[in-house]
Structures are given as structure tokens and as C-alpha cells.
Design a protein around this ligand. Sequence first.
Ligand code: ZN
Length: 151
Amino acid sequence: MISKWPVKCYVLTSLISFSSYLPGWRGTLLGIAMATVNAMITEYGCSLEDIIVVLGPSVGPCCFTLPRESAKGFHNLDPECVRLFDSPNPCVDIRKATRILLERGGILPQNIQDLNQDLNLCTSCHPDKFFSHVRDGLNFGTQIGFISIRE
Ligand SMILES: [Zn+2]
């Protein structure tokens, strides 16, 4: 039985864990963030308008490139997700893509937190603060994300 939570629900997404790995960007395009949101709605009875999404730090478009063929999916989503699309390896903004997909899924724009404090720092550009699979390859560490429901 699903109980209704009369409270705000929070989703803290770690783009590191599902978007920065080579197979992870596919998960972004497949809508893994909204899949999480939908699970919170169906499994926990959260209301779409009460869900707050926090996008954790991730690799930025300054450092994340894909082969042009792979970047097409992001370009098709919204051309602003891709810089230098005509180059062989365009820069891809997976944070922007995630925000667009969440907004299209019904998350209120003001409920997506992706700019506060250090949230929008590129993990690859800040080795003093973050591990980065893009920067460090297999010699990387671990970051952890949490999802909580406050009563
Ligand atoms: Zn960077």
C-alpha cells in the first residue's frame, strides 16, 4: 500500500554516478532522472509539484565531449545542450540536458537546484574538490548521493 507523504520530497541526483561515465550519458538521454522522480511518485506517493531536485556537481561542458554521432541525441533534445556541434567531438552539457528533461517531465523549474554554492562546479576542473572519471579515468574515487523524504 502506498501512503501519501504530506511533505516535500527531495531528490539529490549525482550526475557523477549516472552521467559522467561513458554509459552514463546514455542514461541521461533515456531519462533516468525522471525515472527516479516517477518512482518516488508511484512508490512513495510524492506529488510532482513537491519534489525538489538537487543536481550535484558533475563534469561540465568545458570538459565533457562526445563523438558527434553520440552528441546528436543531446542536440536533438535542445541545441543549447551542445557546443561546437559541427566539430568531431562536440562539448555536451549534461546538466542542462538533465534540467530540460526534468522540466519537461513536470518538475517545477524553481524546484531544480543546480546553481547554489558549489553545485555547478565542473568536477574535472576542480581536482582539489572532486574526483572525476573524465579527468582521472579508472583511477577515480567515489561520490555518494542521497535521497530523503522529510516528514
Ligand atoms: Zn571543466
